[in-house]
Design a protein. Sequence first.
Length: 187
Amino acid sequence: MSNAKLNFKSPKGDFKWCFITGQGRTNALNGKSEYSVNVVVPIADAKAAVEQLDDFWAQNKPKGAKTAKSMGYKVSEDGQNATFTFKTQTTFPTGEAKKVRIYNAAGEEISMPADTRIGNGSRGRVAGVAAVYDAGAAARGVSLFLDSVQLTKFVPYTNGAGFDPEEDEGGFDGFAQAKLFERDEEV
């Protein structure tokens, strides 16, 4: 098993599903809380970073490994973008809370208000560590561990989109007024 690690920064891109505060989100596979962020980068801008991760894998892959299950990035089906996925657990093995550091465009560390979250459409870069993992022949590859985020454009997350009033099709105004159990005329 390789213990190879590489300090890694993503190219600048659009943030998607950024969970870096509070309890983060629950990992569906192991049930643990984790911080995570996806950075979507146009493929032309991602090329050097993709090559860096591919070279890192080639030089450090486990003995006998041919292909990786994942590489820390995924190229979109249309080949237009690469998405880099960074994750880390919300606590250290000691139980102490982890903190993802946040930087502004000038590279200065900033604090985010407790009730504020980073929304889709925000832009920036993510820094962390790339590491080779080996959980057997079917599960080998590269993981990107999250350390810090640099925001170059901030769009706050808002909970729910809501709707404008709709008067078409009878103007449904709630279940209390709906006649859910009436039958049509019997034939």
